[in-house]
Design a protein around this ligand. Sequence first.
Ligand code: FAD
Length: 424
Amino acid sequence: MVWTPQRRSLLAGLAGAAALPFIGSPALAQPRPRLVVIGGGFGGATAARFLKTYIADADVTLIEPQATYTACPFSNLVIGGLREMSAQTFGYDRLKTEGINVIQERAEDVDPSARTVTLGSSDTLSYDRLILSPGIDIRWDALEGYGPDAQQVMPHAWKAGPQTTLLRDQLEAMEDGGLVVMSVPAAPYRCPPGPYERASLIAHYLKTQKPASKLIILDAKDQFSKQPLFLEAWAQHYPDHLQWVGASDFGRVVSVDPAAMTLSTDFDTYKADVANVIPPQKAGEIAARAGVADQTGWCPINPVDFSSTLQDNIYVIGDATIAAPMPKSAFSANLQAKLCALQIARDLSGAAIEPTVLANTCYSYVTPDAAVSITGVYSNADGKLSSMDGAGGLSPAGAAPAIRAAEAAEAEAWFKQITRQTFG
Ligand code: FAD
């Protein structure tokens, strides 16, 4: 992967800010700012830690209903039978020892005018600044036949945990000769290359364990992330086990019937033995309740500091945001969290909020020991996020196996590093 100068300077800039003292803000009546974060995933847990790093004397509270977090990155390896689920889970003990108040509850409501969060227990918390990183929720009304009950039959596995295990179990239970059908939605959705990495690893499982079986991807798009690299890998490794059907070939799934195990497009009906339906998505529900989601279901932000454009004193980071061309990824959520925490610290200390440069790298496995990647570099000047020409790019096409293997090793190092930075 090319390590661009822009990426280096951004990360150096954030690291250099680590010792920012909180020198008190005339804007706040309280001597200690009350900083609340909703959602303890890649965005929220990182934000809580970096707020505490940048503003040591702040009261930092993280609200997260789960005692442990289950990571989506690398969960496709679990589905492919190449990794244990236990390697995907992380706790919040380190955050607690760092002085972050971790409340294991769901945030039920936000009142932006009173600046309070209501918890499941009905307790309320006051905040001076609130960061939301609630990830995604499924749009249960967007795909005919795919309501909450359908996920138990046709798992989406797009939130890691029991759904991941269910899909893996279904693949294991399937007879050799079975048909796996995956449905992929139109953008925007969490992790643009994620479906195609998953398809690669399912195809690998079929090829090696159930060679008479096949996977069909039904796609609502004609173009997708890292497309030339995936198509190259599929032609090389899975010509008999994976078929991709794009929108122009009537790949868009318009309805599903879990009882009949069928997925219908405008042209055909496919009967599946295992169906992985990745449905349309929106920002986690609490975003709408806080009044920071717009009619698209996602949250508009000011990209310089990720403050909501719809409510004062609220910031939104991670998958819930409208941040294209930055993709909805753990890498993005983590970096947005650091930037948001830094800008809040600067704002509270009266310093100016300056534009900066952001980046994202997404790795995807195409076989158990080969990966490809895409890197983007983004400016947040002029009130919008835009790709910086000439920076970033794709892994080379037609690369030797050693190059793909080196990227797989990089992917593993990335996962170790980002989970350590997020959860300690
Ligand atoms: P999450 O990490 O989902 O965190 C949201 C948290 O908020 C959750 O813990 C949830 O419990 C909590 N929450 C929700 N509502 C509330 C509430 N009301 N009150 C309190 N807490 C709440 N990204 C990569 O960078 N690289 C990859 O290789 C990669 N692979 C992926 C593979 C798959 C199969 C999938 C599905 C995703 C992958 N991603 C990858 C994307 C990545 O998982 C997400 O982009 C990332 O998790 C987004 O972080 P987040 O903080 O926005 O949301």
